[in-house]
Ligand binder design. Structure first.
Ligand code: HEM
Ligand SMILES: [Ca+2]
Length: 314
């Protein structure tokens, strides 16, 4: 039977769903413009690429990938940025700049939710991580609240159970979940999130020498919030997206409770070992995981809008 006879009964308007190259006709420069911006901004602040990576997790796991993270709080309405679970998130202003650059070439076409995902994807590649394609076509939400972020994001001292449950709720299996935690191969953690493993007594599962180093980074149990005290997530290759995270974890040098416990829990330990052993396996599972995450609960078609500014509702 000739193919042309197979008339699809599905919605034939591709604008109704996510697809690769969704903007190929409506804004062919969209992906390249974001990529150039990520590169430009990386030249100003290398850590911006780290922020763009984390944005994917913090937008997509709260309500879905709908750009809710990017909206500024309003008088009388606290947004996600004000949630304590988003403490340490930074460089939002650069996403706004990317949106401005995209608006210059195609006004009103490309969503903030997509720009967030594209910049995260490009940030990962800039840091030496995997290069991969992502689908686009997400729409932006008008709903955002601190309370939703408070309840959807895990606390800094989450354990493996909480982590795997959360990841399963996002349709991620254990190897993909362990791979996503590997994003902690870059960036930093503030002392506020570390001191409970150091004071009053050191967590016995933490490497003893490393705990001394961390105590130097975080000399008091109550860090001065203004002093910006932190430790690098991966002291060996802090700005390189590689599998060194898993090597640290195997040496009991995982920073957060979760990082450390991934090697202590029988469900996750084999994956830590495999990812420490083989960077390609880490990258493969990470790409699978981040792709699923980046399509979580998206708004499509008329379910959402294309915001003019990522930080404000019109
Ligand atoms: C659900 C488990 C997770 C928990 C509890 C968690 C928690 C944290 C915490 C507490 C920090 C340090 C924040 C600070 O003190 O500044 C952090 C940093 C970071 N997280 Fe996670 N995280 C999780 C999963 C993920 C995932 C899945 C990704 C990405 C795919 C990710 C990406 C990052 C990045 C890139 C940083 C460094 C941020 C920077 O340097 O600005 N995390 N995470
Ligand atoms: Ca690294």
């Amino acid at each position: 039977m000739p193919l042309s006879v197979c008339v699809s009964t599905e919605v034939d308007d591709v604008s109704e769903g996510l697809s690769y190259g969704y903007y190929d006709e409506s804004c062919p420069q969209a992906e390249e413009t974001v990529r150039q911006q990520v590169e430009r901004i990386y030249g100003i602040h290398g850590n911006s690429a780290v922020s763009f990576t984390r944005n994917i997790f913090h937008d997509c796991s709260v309500q879905g990938c709908d750009g809710s993270l990017l909206l500024d709080s309003l008088p009388g309405h606290a947004g996600e940025k004000d949630s304590d679970k988003n403490f340490g998130m930074r460089n939002y202003k650069y996403v706004n700049q990317m949106k401005e650059a995209v608006e210059q070439v195609c006004p009103g076409v490309v969503s903030c939710a997509d720009i967030l995902i594209l910049s995260g994807r490009d940030g990962i590649a800039m840091l030496g991580g995997p290069h991969f394609q992502v689908k686009t076509g997400r729409k932006d939400t008008r709903n955002f609240s601190m309370n939703t972020a408070d309840s959807e994001l895990l606390p800094h001292d989450a354990d493996v159970d909480a982590f795997l449950n959360k990841m399963a709720s996002l349709n991620l299996n254990i190897s993909q979940a362990v791979a996503l935690a590997g994003a902690h191969t870059v960036g930093r953690t503030h002392c506020k999130h570390l001191v409970d493993r150091l004071y009053p007594t050191v967590d016995p599962t933490l490497d003893a020498d490393y705990s001394l180093y961390l105590k130097k980074r975080c000399p008091t149990p109550t860090p001065d919030p203004k002093a910006v005290e932190y430790s690098r997530n991966d002291p060996i290759t802090p700005m390189k997206f590689d599998n060194n995270y898993y090597k640290n974890v195997m040496e009991k040098k995982g920073l957060l409770r979760l990082d450390n416990e991934l090697y202590l829990d029988a469900r996750t330990k084999p994956y830590v070992e495999m990812m420490a052993e083989e960077n390609d396996y880490f990258f493969e599972q990470f790409v699978q995981g981040i792709s699923i995450l980046s399509e979580h609960n998206v708004l499509i078609g008329s379910q959402g809008e294309i915001r003019k500014h990522c930080q404000w509702l019109d």
